[in-house]
Design a protein around this ligand. Sequence first.
Ligand code: DSN
Length: 447
Amino acid sequence: MLNTQLKTILDFEYNRQHNTLDLIASENYTSKAVREAVGSIFMHKYSEGYPGARYYEGNEYIDQLEILAINLVKKVFELPQDWGANVQPLAGSNANLAVYNAILNPGDKILSMYLPDGGHLSHGWSYGTKEEKANEDVNSPLYRGGSRKVNIVSKFFNVVQYKTDPSTFLIDYDKLEQLALQEKPKLIITGGTAYVRNIDYKRVAEIAKKVGAYYLADVAHEAGLIAGKVLESPIGIAHAVTFTTHKTLRGPKGAVICANQGIIEKINKSIMPGLQGGPHNGTIAGITQCLFEADTEEFRQYSAQILVNAKVLAQELTANGFNLITGGTDKHAILIDLTNKSIGGKFASIALNAAGIVTNMNTIPYETKSPINPSGLRLGTPSVTTRGFKEEQMKLVAEYINKVIDIASEVDNSSVEAFRELVSSNSQIKAIKQKIMDLCTQFPLGE
Ligand code: DSN
């Protein structure tokens, strides 16, 4: 039986999840079966190594589990014959680090997307001192980083970052090619957390080939949409593909690496003994269950509905005067530039949370504010789509967001804590919160 203190916190969290709308683009709700698998006795076993080559005895069934998981990755993601998969990474950042550890040497150059434009910390990040920032050419299409190397990837590798086009906020592939020719990186990376448009994987692969670089496509956000066959896949195009399993794929927190046979062998060694010890076998069981679930017509319909819901949300918000980066979305996520709304991302997300709409503040391309109170707000539709939301409910969600932002723009925001109190006690926001709770009751969390 759970300890009562722990049970109390769990019940609070259950009620929070049940009574609020999760619009965080990187989150989702798992099935009971996924949670059962994660919490199963598979977690007891140590299994350093790979099927048939373990350092501990007693792994005959763990071998079967891992082989099943790998075979399902091959099936669901349609891996070519000469590709393999590793299901042991503990998280997306580890998966990316494992790829670098497999194919790069310390000091090698990586060309990845600029973090404020929607890249990811694990693709490298460093920033400059005040003096360095003052001398930075903010209009340059390339960011060379600063002396504050806050991420391990920037400490070990020479990371330079490409920005999106300043007028469209899309990747400018000609410019990327020019930068790649100029910088001669050993690795080019695409993907990240807030680039809401499709990526031309073939074009990036051609650029990588032209400059003799490896190409890593990080599809952490898109994996479920690729599995559901509603987005293009970089499998078979990039040299390596990494993804997390808990976002659109609706599995447990974990990650997978896919690559052609020559590279996957290096990656396997890079994971173990290179970076990790015993894999989390409960998680691998949960990934296996989520892959079974992803290999169904129901999941393909779910993936299609995620996109429909995101498009409806984008249209409705645009109609209400919100400025969407790139004017819309091709995916599950939307990035709003709040500059015209007299409220920043931090205060907008606090006000929405007070109304029961959970989101996150986000930087936008060519951001002029600090990442702790940036100009943007990111929204996503995977979780509400899991709850069963369709177009009608997305219109209501857009209406509530619009109302909350309007109300919150008038609230004194000279102190974060006072603002939190003011929006939580605001009678109009409380009324919206009640409507959100009613909607949540109509669309309960699954078991
Ligand atoms: N934290 C994830 C996201 O929100 O996109 C990425 O690691």
